[in-house]
Ligand binder design. Structure first.
Ligand code: PMP
Ligand code: GLU
Length: 394
């Protein structure tokens, strides 16, 4: 019977991040002591002021359907946040609240792409971009970058990837999985190329905006000529440790926002009411309220870089944001470790899982087959123990 499934689902890959997390959970249930560094999920609890807002929403009976695009007061709070943090003016009718930034991205793909439209993805890119684009019948066009350019796409590479079929560019900064952060000047360089191609739209995924150890966050929508053609994606999963509450949002031209609302109105009817009420408290809060988490991520970044730096064969960039390291481990390819032949990054990640009991994710899922992704959104003790185990089995 399973061959009755649609071609659409048969062609879709399983999310590698979620699959690895599920595998780690399964092994843990079998009694194995697995350290999970596969999932990009803060290990902090949701701050109390956000929990209080959610409890209040329950008591105030926020139990009906919300407007499809989100509560009016939440959209105004998001509009203020865009102004305050990004100097971007998005009126409430340019904002759509969805079930996580993942759904925001899926909405945009479904309303913007026609069959065969090309979407440029600087690689490494976040795991779901490529499959979301394919689901919308678009064609992902990967632009490989390497550790030598800090995993960032140059204007020349962008120019070379553009064809008459190019419809969009999707990227994240800070980047999942590389942790790279595009500076304002680097974004200006990309914008200068895009200016010559006015039909190309940009999805700027800024979900890690606050987890930035480098400098002030820059939004490409703020660069001259880019505002009308950029869809700015954000959400509360990362900076506010609200992954399970599933709230993301976009700021975009009103006609794009309207199309996303129409699409979402047939798919989910809108994001969950309690999560939306809690998100008002999150986006209205000054960044100082979450600074302790950002400081901790920075300490952990330094810790894991120092520890991994002592292992032969790990080539590392210095991630300036998000909470991942993305070492190039290709020097192990062709070697045998503990009787296992390592041919690629998937073999390497599997070896670490089975022999060191440490869950990571293969770089292949992010469009870079030389690397693995290690999330350091874990306690210092776990990070130390994990690297210790990795060192031993290598
Ligand atoms: N974009 C990036 C770059 C991400 O890393 C994630 C989740 N890790 C998302 C979007 C989706 O976030 P969510 O659906 O939890 O809001
Ligand atoms: N986005 C997170 C990650 O990259 C969570 C998993 C997912 O949504 O795929 O690990």
């Amino acid at each position: 019977m399973s061959n009755s499934l649609s071609d659409r689902i048969n062609k879709l890959s399983t999310s590698a991040t979620l699959a690895m997390a599920a595998k780690a959970r399964e092994l843990r249930n079998e009694g194995k002591d697995i350290i999970g560094l596969s999932l990009g999920e803060p290990d902090f609890n949701i701050p109390d002021f956000i929990k209080e807002a959610a409890k209040k929403a329950i008591d105030e009976n926020y139990s009906s359907y919300s407007p499809v695009d989100g509560y009016a007061d939440l959209k105004s709070a998001i509009s203020n946040k865009f102004k305050r943090d990004n100097n971007l003016t998005y009126a409430p009718n340019q904002i759509v609240v969805s079930t996580g930034a993942k759904q925001s991205l899926a909405n945009v793909a479904m309303v913007m792409l026609n069959k065969g439209d090309e979407v440029i993805l600087p690689a490494p890119y976040w795991v779901s971009y490529s499959d979301i684009v394919k689901l919308a019948e678009g064609t992902p066009v990967e632009v490989p970058t390497s550790i030598d350019t800090d995993f960032k796409m140059t204007p020349e590479q962008l120019e070379a990837a553009i064809t008459p079929k190019t419809k969009m560019l999707w990227f994240s900064s800070p980047c999942n999985p590389s942790g790279s952060v595009y500076s304002e000047d680097e974004l200006k360089g990309l914008a200068a190329v895009l200016k010559k191609h006015p039909g190309i739209f940009v999805v700027s995924d800024e979900i890690y905006e606050h987890i930035n150890f480098r400098s002030k966050h820059s939004s490409i929508a703020g660069i001259e000529g880019m505002y009308d053609r950029t869809i700015t994606v954000n959400g509360v999963s990362k900076a506010f440790a609200m992954t399970g509450w599933r709230i993301g949002y976009i700021g975009a031209a009103d006609w794009i926002a309207k199309a996303c609302t129409k699409f979402q109105g047939q798919i989910t009817s809108g994001a969950n009411a309690i999560g939306q009420r809690a998100t008002i408290a999150a986006v209205e809060a000054p960044v100082s309220k979450i600074q302790f988490m950002i400081d901790k991520f920075r300490e952990r970044r330094d810790l894991i870089l120092n520890l991994l730096g002592t292992i032969d064969g790990f080539k590392l960039n210095v991630p300036e944001g998000a909470f991942y390291v993305f070492p190039d481990i290709s020097s192990y390819f062709g070697k045998e470790l503990g009787g296992v032949k390592i041919e690629n990054a998937s073999d390497f990640a599997m070896y670490l899982l089975e022999h060191a009991n440490v869950a990571t994710v293969t770089g292949e899922a992010f469009g870079n087959p030389d690397c693995i992704r290690i999330s350091y959104a874990a306690s210092e003790a776990e990070i130390k123990e994990a690297v210790d185990r990795i060192k031993k089995v290598l």
